[in-house]
Design a protein around this ligand. Structure first.
Ligand code: FAD
Length: 380
């Protein structure tokens, strides 16, 4: 059977949150095809997140993009979703005595964040009695954090994409990508496509897709993070428990649908794959959580793992390749790709369409040079 030939203006590779959001933004102005290797969009990292919106988490460019995404989360386009995309939850970044320097550093880094407050160990214990007494000497308490309805966000973008006439191809792994006569020829086995521009939103596979296109390597390293659910202990009001993150990211804990979601916050390098949770990650997680909280873990429920993909400076990579004409990078979102997706998609779509970066993103003090593919310190 010969592959079906079709022409589009733009092909987006990968239908996770990065690909779905930029495809939706582009589809109002261009003919867009969204290409996904799996049968289901969102099967990889997007479907495996902890669903947190934290404008104080991550490196500076991520925090800027996360703040710039708030308007979309609070006020998505009409018909995008019937559910609120964000539900507020407090967050506490807690520190033991040996982590006091990390707490100082975090406070200094967040000096201009209006939603954060430093609290001491006594106040922390009053607000968070689930913590073992005397475990922590203090915390950064944030009232600007929320939980994200990731499924509603992802489905909303896919719905918007289809409503604008976008074409989604699933079970369509990229088999070949060649540039000829100022256009890209894409082969997925079942489809032969000709497009003007390719957007690389392939998550953990982004460097592999870049190699197929003859683009520079960005030095992307996918890192496994494991999470699991446990029973909530008796005698605590779950609605009063914030998201609790170790200040050095040695663990986090979050109330989730009547249970507790916990993670050792690990970052273990892996090749791009359908990553699975590791027994050792789970054992380390349970140990750290039991040391910090009045929790005795009897049963592990539903452990999972996902790949958070980073370049060396942990900032995302968005911009046209310097080596491959008409090839746009949208990769390296690491552990922040859901909370920053709306602004990153708006920025990428504007650039792919030859427009200026939207003013509300620059107003959050995003320096575009900090996210470019050719920047110093990344790549190999
Ligand atoms: C445990 C965990 C907790 C997290 N918690 C949070 C959080 O609280 N908040 C937050 O903002 N972020 C969080 N993240 C990070 C967030 O999930 C990611 O940054 C985001 O999902 C990345 O989206 P993506 O679209 O780039 O990648 P993906 O969702 O992996 O999508 C990439 C897609 O590209 C497809 N693809 C790849 N290669 C090809 C090819 N050759 N041909 C066709 N298709 C291809 C893949 O099949 C995949 O569907 C977490 C991640 C993990 C693992």
């Amino acid at each position: 059977m010969s592959a079906r030939s079709q022409q589009f203006d733009i092909a987006v590779i990968g239908a996770g949150i990065a690909g779905a959001s930029v495809a939706a933004e582009l589809s109002a102005a261009a003919r867009v095809v969204l290409i996904e290797q799996e049968s289901q969009p969102g099967y990889h990292t997007t479907g495996r997140s902890a669903a947190v919106y934290s404008p104080i988490y991550g490196p500076q460019p991520i925090r800027a993009l996360t703040r710039a995404s708030l308007g979309f989360f609070d006020n998505p386009p009409k018909g995008f979703t019937h559910h609120p995309l964000l539900s507020p939850i407090d967050a506490a970044f807690v520190a033991r005595a040996d982590q006091a320097a990390s707490l100082e550093a975090m406070q200094a880094e967040l000096a201009d964040a209006s939603t954060v407050r430093r609290i001491d160990g006594a106040e922390l214990f009053r607000k968070l009695p689930l913590l073992r007494e005397n475990y922590a000497v203090g915390a950064i308490w944030d009232s600007g954090t929320s939980e994200i309805d990731v499924a509603a966000l992802h489905h909303g973008y896919l719905k918007q994409f289809k409503a604008c006439g976008g074409t989604l191809l699933t079970n369509a792994p990229l088999a070949a990508l060649t540039h000829k006569n100022a256009s890209w020829q894409i082969n997925t086995g079942t489809h032969a496509l000709t497009v003007g521009t390719v957007v690389n939103a392939a998550g953990a596979w982004a460097d592999e897709v870049g190699q197929m296109a003859g683009a520079e390597r960005i030095g992307l390293i996918p890192k496994r993070r494991t999470a699991l659910m446990i029973e909530a202990p008796q005698g605590f009001d779950l609605s009063e428990i914030p998201l609790v993150v170790d200040v050095d990211e040695e663990f986090y804990l979050k109330p989730d649908a009547g249970k507790l979601l916990i993670s050792p916050a690990n970052e273990d390098p892996e090749p791009p794959c359908d990553v699975q949770p590791d027994e050792m990650d789970i054992a380390i997680c349970v140990d750290r959580i039991q040391r910090a909280f009045q929790v005795s873990v009897r049963r592990i429920e539903n452990p999972w793992a996902g790949l958070r993909s980073f370049v060396a400076d942990k900032c995302p990579v968005a911009g046209f390749s310097k080596q491959a004409e008409g090839f746009y990078w949208l990769a390296g979102q690491g552990g922040y790709g859901i909370q920053s997706a709306p602004a990153l998609a708006q920025l990428a779509a504007a650039e792919v369409l030859g427009q200026k970066i939207p003013a509300h993103i620059l107003a959050e003090r995003l320096d575009p040079a900090t996210i470019r593919p050719g920047r110093k310190g990344i790549g190999v």
